[in-house]
Write a protein that binds this ligand. Structure first.
Ligand SMILES: Cc1cc2nc3c(=O)[nH]c(=O)nc-3n(C[C@H](O)[C@H](O)[C@H](O)COP(=O)(O)OP(=O)(O)OC[C@H]3O[C@@H](n4cnc5c(N)ncnc54)[C@H](O)[C@@H]3O)c2cc1C
Length: 397
C-alpha cells in the first residue's frame, strides 16, 4: 500500500492539517474528505459578512480550488466518512469507496446545539448552507427572535439589525457573552445592542418554541411569550463525535486526545472543535471552540502525525464583531474575576486583564488587538500579575 493520510472534515482544522503535511515535506497521498459541498471556507464569516451579504463566497474561501490541486491534496467535498475500521485501518466513504490509511485525522468539528421543536421557522447557523435560509427570514424585515446571547446570537443580532430587521434576543443567563467576558464588559455589550435597537431579555430561558398563526412563538421559563416571523437557535455547539464513538474511541464531551493529538486508537489523531484535551494551563480537560485554536491544532496535529515536534497548544483566544465594534478575548474568564484595566470601558478602548488569586487567567480588549496578543503569553506563564511588565511596556511590545 502506498502512504496515505485521510483527513475527515474540511473545516479549518482539517484544511490546515492538509496544508501543513505538504509544508512539512510529506509526499504521500492526502485525502481530505468533507461532508459540506463547498471548498474549505472561513466559518466566522457565516454570522458576519456572509450573512450581511457584504462578502462574496470567493472571498470567504480559505484557498482557491487551484491550491488544492497544485498541492496534490485530494479534496472530496460533499462526501462523508461513514465508518472507520480501526483493526483494518480503513475508512468507508458515503460514495461506497473504502480507503486504507496509514494515519487518519478526525477534524469533524461541531454542530449547532438545537432545542426540541417542530417549528419550521426556527433556524440554526453553522454552515454556508444555513446562511440563505436565515437571510431570507431576515430579508422580509424579521422580526427575528434570537434564542441565546452568546457569540453567535449576539453577532447575528448585530448583522440582522444592520439589515434592518427587528430583533429580540432572549438569553437564559444573567448577562450577554457571559461565557467569555467579565460582568462589566457584558454590560457594555448589552448597552451596545440596546443603542442599536436590539431588544435584549436576559434571565429568559426559552422552554418552548412553536409555530403559531402569527409566526413562531417562544415561551420563557417565567411564562412570558415572544412572537416573530422567524427564530434563530444559538445556544452553543456540540462536538461531532459520531464517527469516533462508532469506532470505539474514548470520548469526554469531545474526542479525547493527548498532547500529540493521538486518540485512544492507534493511527487515529484528532484536532479542532471535535476534541477535548487536558489543558496544562487549567489542570483539567477543555474543549476548544475558537477559530485560531482549531487552526493551530490542525497544524500541530499534522506535525505530530509525521513525528515532527509540534508547537505546544496556545491558550484559547478569539474575537467577535458586533455593530462595528471588535472585541477580542483570551483565556478563561469568570464573570466575577478581579479586573485590572488599561484604558476606558466607556470609550470602548481598553485592555482588561482578569485576575484570580493574583494571577492572570484571561483578558478582554476592545480596539486593542496588539495588546491582547502581548498579554496572551503572560496569561500562559501563570506568574503573579505583580511580576508582569506594567501596561505601558506591554502595550509598546
Ligand atoms: C457562525 C459562526 C461564527 C464564528 N465566529 C467566530 C469568530 O468570530 N471567532 C472565532 O474565534 N471563532 C468563531 N467561530 C468558531 C470557529 O469557526 C470554529 O471554532 C472552527 O471553525 C472549528 O473548526 P474545525 O475545523 O474544528 O471544525 P468545523 O469548522 O466544525 O468543521 C468540521 C467539518 O467536518 C465535517 N464533518 C463532520 N463529520 C464528518 C464526516 N463524518 N465526514 C466528512 N466530514 C465531516 C463537517 O461537515 C464540517 O465541515 C464561529 C463559528 C460559527 C459557527
Amino acid at each position: 500500500m502506498s502512504e496515505r493520510i485521510v483527513i475527515v472534515g474540511t473545516g479549518v482544522a482539517g484544511a490546515t492539517a492538509a496544508q501543513t503535511l505538504r509544508r512539512e515535506g510529506y509526499t504521500g497521498e492526502i485525502v481530505l474528505v468533507g461532508a459540506e459541498p463547498n471548498l474549505p471556507y472561513r466559518r466566522p464569516a457565516v454570522s458576519k459578512e456572509l450573512l450581511a451579504g457584504t462578502a462574496s463566497l470567493d472571498r470567504a474561501m480559505l484557498k482557491p480550488m487551484k491550491f488544492w490541486a497544485d498541492n496534490k491534496i485530494d479534496l472530496r467535498p460533499a462526501t462523508r466518512v461513514e465508518f472507520i475500521d480501526i483493526d483494518r485501518a480503513t475508512v468507508r466513504l458515503s460514495t461506497g469507496e473504502e480507503l486504507g490509511y496509514d494515519s487518519v485525522l478526525l477534524a469533524t468539528g461541531a454542530r449547532a446545539r438545537d432545542i426540541d421543536t417542530a417549528s419550521t421557522r426556527a433556524h440554526t447557523l453553522r454552515t454556508l448552507s444555513d446562511v440563505a435560509a436565515l437571510q431570507s427570514a431576515i430579508g422580509t424585515g424579521g422580526p427575528l427572535l434570537i434564542i441565546g446571547g452568546g457569540l453567535i446570537g449576539c453577532e447575528v443580532a448585530a448583522t440582522a439589525r444592520g439589515l434592518g430587521a427587528e430583533v429580540t434576543l432572549l438569553h437564559a443567563g444573567p448577562a450577554l457573552l457571559d461565557r467569555v467576558v467579565p460582568e462589566s464588559v457584558s454590560e457594555l455589550v448589552h448597552r451596545l445592542h440596546l443603542e442599536h435597537g436590539v431588544k435584549v431579555e436576559t434571565r429568559s430561558a426559552t422552554t418552548q418554541l412553536v409555530d403559531t398563526n402569527d409566526g413562531v412563538t417562544a415561551t420563557t421559563a417565567d411564562g412570558r411569550t415572544w412572537t416573530a416571523a422567524a427564530a434563530l437557535i444559538a445556544i452553543g455547539s456540540i462536538p461531532d463525535t459520531a464517527l469516533a464513538e462508532a469506532a470505539g474511541l474514548v470520548i469526554n464531551d469531545g474526542i479525547v486526545i493527548d498532547e500529540q493529538y493521538r486518540t485512544s486508537a492507534p493511527g487515529v489523531f484528532a484536532a479542532g472543535d471535535a476534541t477535548t484535551e487536558f489543558s496544562p494551563y487549567r489542570g483539567e480537560f477543555d474543549r476548544g471552540q475558537h477559530w485560531n485554536s482549531a487552526m493551530t491544532a490542525g497544524a500541530a496535529a499534522a506535525k505530530a502525525i509525521l513525528g515532527h515536534p509540534a508547537t505546544p497548544a496556545e491558550i484559547p483566544w478569539g474575537w467577535t464583531d458586533q455593530h462595528g465594534v471588535s472585541l477580542q478575548f483570551a483565556g478563561w474568564i469568570h464573570p466575577h474575576d478581579e479586573l485590572v484595566i488599561d484604558g476606558d470601558l466607556e470609550s470602548r478602548d481598553f485592555l482588561a486583564v482578569a485576575l484570580r488569586d493574583g494571577r492572570p487567567v484571561g483578558a478582554v480588549a476592545m480596539a486593542r488587538p496588539r495588546e491582547l496578543r502581548a498579554v496572551r503569553p503572560i496569561i500562559a506563564a501563570g506568574e503573579p500579575w505583580s511580576a508582569a511588565p506594567p501596561f505601558d511596556l506591554l502595550t509598546s511590545r
